[in-house]
Ligand binder design. Structure first.
Ligand code: HXC
Length: 515
């Protein structure tokens, strides 16, 4: 072949790969950020990236956009593998018009999303963008619409992961919000509907980038971010680990990992974890890590809504989703945020054929004016809905309190949980002893000569009668009361028995979960 032509190809490619050029790459690095291509290299198995649409450029003429070549139109797209699994991805290139979304960058992104959808592979979006490209008007907006539509169609079909690595403004936040997981990096990622300048103009509020949309804001307060990383390197490691728990799509099972951890391993420590005194706090994570393979728990939403803990782990090599009440926070009660957090996680597991293991110790839904005014009824109902709707194997272990609505909500048999165990420390009742006594003995308490003695006696009676798992076990609502030390082998056996579980739901367009 003509050498000149090959040389030209090489030059065209080289120039395209420089995106916004040397100066802007330097500026990107000076902010402590990697470029789109460097990020892709870090994420994918070495040498596996194949770029698509490298030579695409903008075709807009407004605001002199045609005066210089817009290399790649602000996004790098393509495919490759992560831990030998095929994925598709796009990475916005902030060095080109601030990674803003115009007509052609939207076409590039939607093309790669379509490939991922048709091939049944995960799609990863690395976002670093000023949102819709202002100069292109409705073309940028329509591009976002096309992306949102595809995100929604792909939801529950292929895993969609967002890595937020820079400003994610305007439309650049809503696509991530539809995806399954959002990962943010401290001081690098900022997600907001509009930036501080617009907030100042519109509302007169003075607020900085970090407070408005930093990793802490979304990892701790809003729940937008599922994972927080200290830098871009850790963020890629989190993405790889996350993918290792997930199947390629909704018709495959998650990969089974080889494990050297004995499926019959018992742990004598579990016998003493739940304190005798029901008011004493303890960390439910001790139970979670004890039962999982190699004590490894990959927590999702670590800092948000901490009265519930959710995350992935493995039991004898199989991925499971853990949902557990955390007595260390709000005594493990279910508030608005923790109901949302658990419900969303249950639905994520159900989409991707991941069995759910619930570990229960909760005094109930959190009562009070603040919770009622903000809709604990509406939000709390999502948890019930999510457990009822899920058809993956559902296992539960009640280790402590399971009172009232929270007994029902937390993977009870009545919501079609498959195998429910309880520890001898389980307390299954309509209300906690003190609240129950105040109601059923209101008159007697008012008339008692020694109120405290009467209360003590009745609380003890109530506790002896109801604060145990045996009445529920007699009804078959608990399949077995187990020795805590045997929890891991008992769960692994149940999981094995349910491995081919098939359960269907009535055909319908979709349920009407109370959003
Ligand atoms: C075109 C943009 C752009 C945009 C940034 N740039 N955002 N160009 N359209 N949306 C360009 C800048 O002009 C600049 O070009 C370069 O990118 C780098 O931007 P800087 O402002 O210099 O960088 P920085 O100081 O880091 O600030 C980044 C930023 C800021 C926070 C993202 O640029 C910003 O606030 N942009 C607008 C964000 C916004 O409000 N977007 C909403 C769009 S509406 P030069 O050549 O000067 O270096 C939207 C609607 C969708 O998205 C709705 C969906 C529901």
């Amino acid at each position: 072949m003509n050498e000149e032509k090959i040389e030209k190809l090489s030059q065209v490619n080289k120039r395209a790969e420089l995106g916004g050029g040397e100066e802007r790459i330097k500026a990107q690095h000076s902010k402590g950020k990697l470029t789109a291509r460097e990020r892709i290299t870090l994420l994918l198995d070495p040498g596996t990236f194949l770029e698509l649409d490298k030579l695409v450029s903008t075709r807009s003429y407004d605001f002199d956009l045609n005066k210089k070549k817009i290399h790649g139109d602000g996004v790098v797209t393509g495919y490759g593998s992560i831990n030998e699994k095929q994925i598709f991805l796009y990475a916005q290139d902030f060095t080109v018009l601030g990674g803003s979304l115009g007509e052609m960058s939207a076409k590039k992104i939607t093309k790669v999303m379509d490939h991922a959808f048709k091939s049944g592979c995960p799609i990863i979006g690395i976002i670093d963008s000023g949102g819709a490209r202002i100069q292109e008007g409705v073309m940028g907006l329509s591009g976002y619409g096309e992306i949102f539509y595809r995100n929604t169609m792909a939801s529950g079909v292929i895993p969609q992961i967002t890595i937020s690595l820079g400003p994610c403004a305007g439309g650049a936040v809503y696509s991530p919000a539809i995806t399954d997981f959002v990962i943010m990096v401290d001081k690098i990622s900022h997600m907001f509907v509009t930036g501080p300048e617009v907030v100042k103009t519109a509302l007169g509020e003075d607020v900085g980038f970090e407070e408005l949309g930093g990793a802490t804001t979304h990892g701790k307060y809003s729940g937008v971010a599922h994972f927080l990383a200290k830098d871009e390197y850790e963020c890629m490691d989190i993405t790889k680990k996350l993918l290792s728990y997930l199947p390629q799509n909704n018709v495959e099972d998650p990969p089974i990992a080889l494990t050297s951890d004995d499926p019959n391993r018992i742990d004598s420590k579990l016998a003493t974890i739940v304190p005798e005194n029901p008011y004493e706090q303890y960390d439910i994570k001790q139970i979670i890590t004890s039962i999982l393979d190699n004590n490894e728990f990959f927590e999702v939403h670590k800092l948000w809504a901490m009265s519930v803990i959710v995350g992935f782990g493995r039991l004898n090599g199989r991925t499971v989703g853990i949902v557990a009440n955390q007595p260390l926070h709000l005594a493990g009660s279910l508030d608005i945020d923790s109901s949302n957090k658990a419900a969303r996680f249950i639905r994520t597991c159900d989409c991707f054929n991941i069995p759910i293991v619930s570990i229960i110790d909760t005094p109930g839904y959190l009562p009070g004016l603040e919770q009622e005014q903000h809709g604990i009824i509406r939000h709390g109902s999502k948890l019930l809905f999510a457990y009822c709707e899920a058809t993956v194997p559902k296992l539960a272990v009640i280790v402590g309190k399971a009172y009232g609505g929270a007994y029902i909500a937390m993977s009870s048999k009545h919501l079609r949980s498959d195998i429910n165990y309880a520890w001898p420390t389980a307390e299954i009742a309509v209300l906690g002893p003190e609240a129950a006594i105040n109601i059923i003995f209101r008159k007697e308490l008012a008339e008692a000569k020694d109120v405290e003695a009467f209360r003590k006696k009745t609380v003890k009676e109530y506790r002896d009668k109801f604060a145990n798992p045996y009445i529920a076990a007699e009804q078959g609502f608990i399949d077995l009361v187990i020795d805590p030390i045997e929890t891991r082998p008992m769960l692994i056996k149940a999981l094995g028995a349910l491995a081919n579980k098939r359960e269907s739901r009535p055909p319908k367009k979709h349920g009407n979960i109370n959003l």
